[in-house]
Design a protein around this ligand. Structure first.
Ligand SMILES: *[C@@H]1O[C@H](CO)[C@@H](O)[C@H](O)[C@H]1NC(C)=O
Length: 458
């Protein structure tokens, strides 16, 4: 009798095992999308405006005078507790100094002029007025590679202002150069936000791909981090023939198989190269870190409009909120300092980001990406994560990046991972924090992408 029970148990176990393995590897069909879905106000335009207009950034006097007056008229800030630096959140002594600098020393006109050195444009895609920087290299005998660059939250195309010249200037030893198209995601920076629910990262991916089509690019490369990387991952999944290569500084596979591997990896850490194990495990440490730092995430994924009210009304509040996150993402372990990690970045870069958000009044529209990206109302997001992309990928992993995955997990989603670089420095805003390293890696990755295509077309 016992023998039969053992057999039955073994058979059931094998059956379950097979079922789980099958489900983990089952690739769902690509959902059908309306590539012309309308996100603009009112009904879809019958005659669409497809013009590409030049645009200049202007921090105008009225807006700046109002901003300065609001900063000066702030109520007294509550001082930190005795002996506390940034452990309870933004250090208000430090914040005071930044607010004084912002209102008295930060040069609004000069910062706008620096950004205006690049050609800026706007064009309407699917009802939304989108802003982008487009820099063509000045060459005639070199192959030009179009590169779409996508930022995350709370950024804009401004994040790329240091690296754009490094990518659009020819380099010795390279048979190509980049033409950069750095776009503001809808609802971020100078790009219009939607007034309709559902503009999630998959749908933003479609909008960005249509922007590239509008500019005449049928095939192009993408560089992206943070939410931009999620959007880019979906573009590479929906339009694998159009994306020639995908370089990410936040490479993630969100497939079910990857999540299970991640958990199993904590039991059998030998999977991971020992020197990188501590970026993932022990799980308890990761969990505590996530709990400590993800309050903003939960809020923005559930009630962005509520937290958006104080942030819209108070520049001090907006500055504190954005700086706290930019600080920690640039260095995880500096909460025992007044700046919390912020001084790994240039203060002017941080204030550019805050000023752009303030002037465009886009904190709410930008935060809503969390709500749309994590809403169970849009099943296409989960489905898209389950479909691998054959687009060649390159990963660069900076030490203080928010999420770390080893290559053996990233390959679940991107089997053609052609290059991977792991660094023991740097953070989430890599294009601002370590621009040279960031740009160098894009150059080398493009070499790897081109080699991949040369070999697969043989
Ligand atoms: C100044 O900029 C703000 C925000 O971009 C805009 O709403 C306003 O119309 C501008 N005012 C002038 C006088 O240009």
């Amino acid at each position: 009798m016992f023998k039969y029970i053992s057999w039955a148990v073994a058979l059931i176990a094998i059956g379950y095992g097979a079922l789980i393995t099958y489900n983990l590897h089952k690739v769902p069909d690509m959902p059908k999308f309306d590539y012309e879905e309308w996100w603009g106000k009112g009904p879809k335009d019958t005659k669409q405006d497809t013009t590409i207009r030049t645009f200049k950034i202007d921090f105008n006097d009225t807006t700046i005078a109002d901003l300065k007056q609001r900063i000066k008229n702030r109520r007294p800030l509550t001082p930190p507790l005795e002996g506390i630096q940034s452990e309870y959140g933004m250090n208000t002594f430090y914040l005071e100094k930044v607010l004084t600098y912002w209102s008295e020393n930060y040069d609004f006109k000069q910062r706008a002029a620096l950004l205006n050195k690049f050609p800026h444009y706007k064009t309407r895609v699917q009802g939304l007025d989108l802003h982008f920087i487009r820099v063509k290299p000045e060459v005639n005998d070199l192959k030009v590679l179009p590169l779409l660059m996508l930022h995350g939250w709370p950024s804009s195309s401004k994040e790329f202002d240091k690296v754009i010249p490094m990518l659009t200037t020819p380099r010795d030893g390279y048979a190509f150069v980049f033409e950069v198209i750095a776009a503001d995601l809808p609802g971020f920076g100078f790009s219009e936000g939607t007034n309709k629910p559902g503009l999630n990262p998959v749908k933003i991916g479609i909008v960005m791909r249509n922007l590239m089509k509008r500019l005449g690019f049928d095939k192009y490369y993408i560089q992206a981090g943070d939410w931009g990387s999620q959007c880019a991952s979906h573009i590479a999944t929906m339009f694998p023939e159009e994306v020639l290569g995908f370089h990410s500084n936040m490479p993630i596979s969100a497939m079910s198989l990857s999540n299970i591997k991640f958990l199993l990896g904590s039991l059998f850490p030998t999977f991971t190269e020992p020197k990188y194990t501590e970026r993932m495990y022990p799980l308890k440490k990761q969990f505590l870190y996530m709990i400590r730092e993800s309050g903003y995430f939960h809020m923005q994924a559930t009630k962005p409009d509520t937290i958006g009210v104080p942030l819209t009304d108070s520049p001090s509040g907006l500055a504190a909120y954005i700086m706290e996150k930019m600080a920690m993402c640039s260095h995880k372990e500096q909460l025992d300092t007044p700046h919390g990690g912020l001084e790994n970045l240039d203060l002017d870069d941080v204030l550019d980001t805050i000023t752009i958000t303030w002037v465009n009044n886009c904190i709410v529209t930008s935060m809503r990406i969390y709500a749309e990206g994590y809403s169970l109302k849009w099943p296409e997001i989960v489905v898209m994560h389950k479909i691998p992309s054959k687009v060649p990928m390159a990963a660069i992993k900076f030490l203080h990046e928010v999420v770390y995955q080893p290559d053996w997990i990233i390959r679940d989603k991107f089997p053609n991972l052609v290059r991977s670089t792991t660094l023991d420095f740097g953070g989430h805003f890599a294009a601002l924090q370590t621009p040279e390293v960031f740009a160098d890696d894009i150059w080398e990755s493009a070499v790897a992408f081109r080699l991949f295509h040369a070999e697969t077309s043989k």
